[in-house]
Design a binder for this molecule. Structure first.
Ligand code: PNS
Length: 168
């Protein structure tokens, strides 16, 4: 595959909010590929029960990447089909993180749908590091909602924002 130009991939997700587990996958993708575009699905925040707007979620990820010194990653909000967004970005693949077998069934279905829509866009999976395999955004939000400490699970600006947003 030499001589084909930079290898660009898309890391899609809701990122409501970004967790240390997401950042681990993004950072590892950034070491393997030339350029990573983090794609935040930009549906109406309330519709899917989202806590943060897509733009807020974008700022959290950009802040964390700057703190971690990751340079070949760009963050964009998308509101179309993932495969169309991947094409717009010039990406040849979608990169997703897999935590446990419980993720597999959902990801398998998404994989088949995306393949049906665009068989030239490959999907690639990075297995979660053991340190992060239990973290998901919904769990983080639930802990924060009940006043638990999430500072080890998400970047500091995110934990601060969660405390602020979920203040009763
Ligand atoms: O973090 P999530 O919620 O698991 O991410 C889901 C995401 C954004 C990858 C998925 O909802 C998606 O791809 N949405 C874009 C619309 C689309 O292309 N849907 C068909 C793919 S199954």
């Amino acid at each position: 595959m030499a001589g084909q130009g930079p290898r660009i991939v898309v890391c899609p997700g809701s990122y409501d909010p970004v967790t240390n587990g997401h950042l681990d996958i993004i950072g590892r993708a950034a070491r393997v590929f030339d350029r990573v575009v983090v794609g935040i699905v930009g549906n109406a925040p309330r519709k899917a029960g989202h806590l943060f707007t897509p733009e807020e979620r974008k700022v959290f990820i950009e802040q964390a990447l700057a703190t971690n010194g990751v340079e070949n990653v760009e963050v964009r909000v998308f509101r179309n089909l993932l495969v169309d967004f991947a094409r717009e970005c010039g990406a040849t693949a979608i990169v997703k993180g897999l935590r446990a077998i419980s993720d597999f069934e959902y990801e398998f279905e998404m994989n088949q749908l995306n393949r049906k829509l665009a068989e030239d866009i490959e999907s690639v999976y990075i297995l979660a590091s053991p340190d992060y395999s239990f973290i998901r955004s919904s769990g983080v939000k639930e802990i924060a909602e009940f006043g638990g400490d999430v500072s080890d699970l998400v970047p500091k600006p995110v934990s601060d924002a969660l405390v602020e947003r979920l203040k009763r």
